[in-house]
Design a protein. Structure first.
Length: 450
């Protein structure tokens, strides 16, 4: 098998996960945070330019199509009650950046393939080939009520719908062959009819005639991002994902996940080198290790009791911890229709480390935090990259903009000097910078149902 590594040496890739005023649940309360930047375009533009100066591959905006929680005791104490619609924000950012990729979450559970195909194709054209789509099946049951449903779709059904959804979106992106839109004034021909391929799809979940009403995206297909850690999620990611987000806190577990995903991709006939694994990383840079630890502890102390309880409760499923003491143990956790991999991770942490509810909340809030000197953070990144635990990282800064500026100014130069990270962008498109091939247009034949 010819791998991507025969084309160019394996190189570290980096994305930045942007959460308004910061990724930490209490980050907005930090004295140096900018919670007013949540809906301030100038703030987002400055941040995007900082990340581009640091040669980041992509800026990624996560999303849920609901408020991130409905319990006012905790919601009113977080910055999650408001956030931009991602594609609107990224379209605007495409005008103030030149190289950085622009990726956004869009759910397959509460959208339609035609809408998503059209929006991301438009973003790809607007940005000159820098769009990325993070495919999710929705982990927040609250989203259902905003779309006329009383209950959230069952886990396996969400993934079956998502599988068909992605296939239809790709077929819509291939509605026109490359070069089929000729715009020939002299001949009076806008597009070549032989290059038009309506999908005519009829499946279990969708009926879509097509074609898409925009020419093929500059990248062929915008880059497909995905985050799936359950068995079903891993299979879906191995079939469709090109950059895979994952939450791994230990090197050994990360190496196991990495090897498993690469093997699954190969089993689906894909080149494993073209499936990039990005664990999460939350860096907090300081001049000394002690100072970095102190800053992280101060951030953790800003988590209100209501938020701590809700953070655990909402990520474990449909249970009520209201009468449980925060400094007591986690009770037995029933099955739920939420993210199984996240629930299992939290329960495993609590049981193995004998954590109280408060301690579990703090551990979850810290996420993949690495607090230390620039050298220590660069060492962490290099170790995970060289030992095949990661191809890159999905970096979430605890609050903004300071930690992002610190990382760009102090950690990126170290990675560059070590020969791990680029000093210049490889090309104008996100695919080129990630080392991913541009897919050829394909005429897909779907199995019709009914």
């Amino acid at each position: 098998m010819t791998t991507n590594e025969t084309v160019r040496p394996r190189q570290l890739t980096l994305g930045a996960l942007v959460h308004g005023s910061g990724g930490h649940i209490a980050g907005w309360r930090h004295p140096d945070a900018r919670p007013d930047g949540q809906l301030d375009f100038a703030f987002h533009a400055d941040l995007a330019r900082t990340l581009e100066r640091g040669r980041f591959d992509a800026l990624f905006v996560a999303d849920v199509v609901a408020i991130w929680g409905h319990q006012l005791d905790s919601l009113s104490r977080t910055g999650r009650a408001e956030h931009f619609e991602p594609l609107t924000l990224l379209s605007a950012l495409s005008l103030v950046t030149e190289h950085i990729g622009l990726a956004a979450t869009a759910t397959t559970t509460y959208n339609h393939p035609f809408h998503i195909a059209r929006k991301f194709a438009s973003l790809d054209h607007l940005s000159g080939g820098r769009a990325g789509w993070n495919v999710v099946t929705s982990v927040v049951p609250l989203e259902a009520a905003n779309f006329g449903h009383d209950t959230h779709l069952e886990h396996e059904l969400r993934y079956r719908r998502a599988d068909e959804f992605v296939q239809v979106v790709k077929a819509l992106w291939d509605s026109f062959d490359d070069g089929a839109v000729v715009r020939d004034k002299a001949a009076g021909r806008y597009y070549d009819p032989a290059g038009l391929h309506p999908p005519h799809h009829r499946g279990e979940h969708f009926t879509v005639r097509g074609p898409l009403n925009i020419s093929r995206p500059p990248q062929g297909h915008p880059v497909v991002f995905q985050a799936g850690s359950s068995t079903t999620g891993r299979e879906f990611a191995a079939r469709h994902g090109e950059v895979l987000f994952t939450t791994q806190h230990e090197l050994g577990a990360a190496q196991d996940f990495y090897a498993d995903i690469k093997a699954r991709a190969a089993a689906h006939g894909r080149d494993p080198a073209q499936v990039l694994v990005w664990p999460g990383l939350t860096p907090l840079v300081a001049a000394t290790e002690a100072e970095a630890g102190r800053r992280l502890a101060e951030l953790q102390d800003l988590i209100h009791d209501d938020v701590a309880r809700r953070l655990v409760q909402d990520n474990l499923g449909e249970l009520d911890l209201t009468d449980r003491p925060l400094d007591g143990p986690l009770p037995d956790i029933p099955d739920s229709n939420r993210s199984r991999s996240r629930r299992d991770l939290l329960v495993k942490l609590a049981r193995e480390d004998k954590l109280t509810i408060r301690q579990l909340a703090a551990r979850f809030a810290a996420g993949s935090a690495v607090a230390g000197t620039p050298e220590q953070i660069a060492d962490h990144i290099e170790t995970w990259f060289r030992t095949r635990a990661a191809d890159g990282f999905n970096i979430s800064f605890p609050y903004l903009p300071g930690p992002a500026e610190d990382f760009v100014d102090h950690v990126v130069p170290l990675l560059q000097r070590r020969g791990l990270f680029r000093t210049e962008y490889a090309g104008p498109t996100l695919r080129e910078n990630l080392g991913l091939p541009r897919p050829a247009a394909a005429v897909r034949q779907f199995q019709e149902a009914g």
